[in-house]
Structures are given as C-alpha cells and as structure tokens.
Design a protein around this ligand. Sequence first.
Ligand code: FMN
Length: 178
Amino acid sequence: MKLIVFGASNSSKSINKKLATYAGSLLLKKLKDAHMEILDLNDFELPLFGADLEERIDPPENAKAFLAKLAEADAIIISFTEHNHSYTVAWKNLFDWCTRIEKSVFQDKPVVLLSTSPGSRGGANVMERALKSLPSYGADIKANLSIPSFFDNFDMQSGELKNPELKQQLEQAVSTLR
Ligand SMILES: Cc1cc2nc3c(=O)[nH]c(=O)nc-3n(C[C@H](O)[C@H](O)[C@H](O)COP(=O)(O)O)c2cc1C
C-alpha cells in the first residue's frame, strides 16, 4: 500500500504537514507492506493561476507532476491549513491548475481529511469547505478530524499528539484507510 500525505500549506514549518506525517506514521504502525511518501507543496511551485495565463502557456509540469503523485497513491491523508477561514493560496493555486488538467484531482482515492491550527477551532472552517467540495473532485472521503489548539495538544519534541483522546480519534480516522 502506498500512502501519500501532505499539509496543504507552503510553510517550511507547517504544523499541518507535521500532523499529516504523524497521522501517516500511526497508520503505518498498523500495516505491513505499507510505505508513506510525504509531499511538500514547495516542490510543486506554480505561477498564479489566471485565465489569460492559461491561454498563453501549456499545462504546467508541476501540476501534472502533482496529479501523477496522487495517481500513485492507494490512500491519501491531507491536513488543511486555514487562512482567513479558507484554503491557503498555495493549495488553492495548485488545486486550480490541477482541475484544469483533470477535474477528478483525487482520482477516486480514499482520503482522510485533517486540519489543525493554534486556535480553538483547529481549522474547522476550512474543513467544512473541504468536506463540501472535495467529493466533486474525486475524493472518496473516509473520515475527517480537526485538531484544536495544536501547540497545547501536540508535543513538538516527540512529534506526537500528547492528548490521549485526540490520539485515539486520529487513530480511528486513519484506520478507515486500511
Ligand atoms: C494570513 C493568515 C490567516 C490565518 N487565518 C486563520 C484562520 O482563519 N483560522 C485559524 O485557525 N488560523 C488562522 N491563521 C493561523 C494559522 O492557523 C497558523 O499560522 C498555522 O500555523 C498555519 O498552518 P501551517 O503551519 O500548517 O501553515 C492564519 C494565519 C495567516 C498567516
């Protein structure tokens, strides 16, 4: 089984990338013959999407490369960063370019959606948006979980959730991908 995980953020210190990676490692503990690839949105940098630019250039290689990575996956874990109650610019830009090549960006793969933020709602707004829209783009959503108050609940040194209830909820969420 090939598991692809990423945080929908281009921050080099992304807490959502940390959470997605941790969630993936919890699943790997339960599975033999599984491996995980961690994607970084910075490896798929693209110009700002616009209708005029789209007319002038061929579909960008980095959007094609991102779609190809998702095509390799048997399961996907995404953790969404919330910026002003919505997606980050980096994710929305990559996503928009991808949809112009292939509307089914997630290619009917099983997906677990996560979000986290330092705030008490843990990215609940961006989660709401993703839950509504991603099924239209080929995501077979198996479970979702928002982790509130990231820095209270996650031990940065060990790279693990220190809140046992949240850890259990996360284990349950990722086990839907088995
Ligand atoms: C422009 C901007 C807007 C933000 N808006 C929100 C928000 O709406 N809700 C929230 O919980 N946190 C918000 N934050 C705080 C982010 O959750 C925090 O920076 C988090 O670390 C970003 O996730 P990342 O580390 O995965 O990139 C915002 C941060 C920035 C820079």
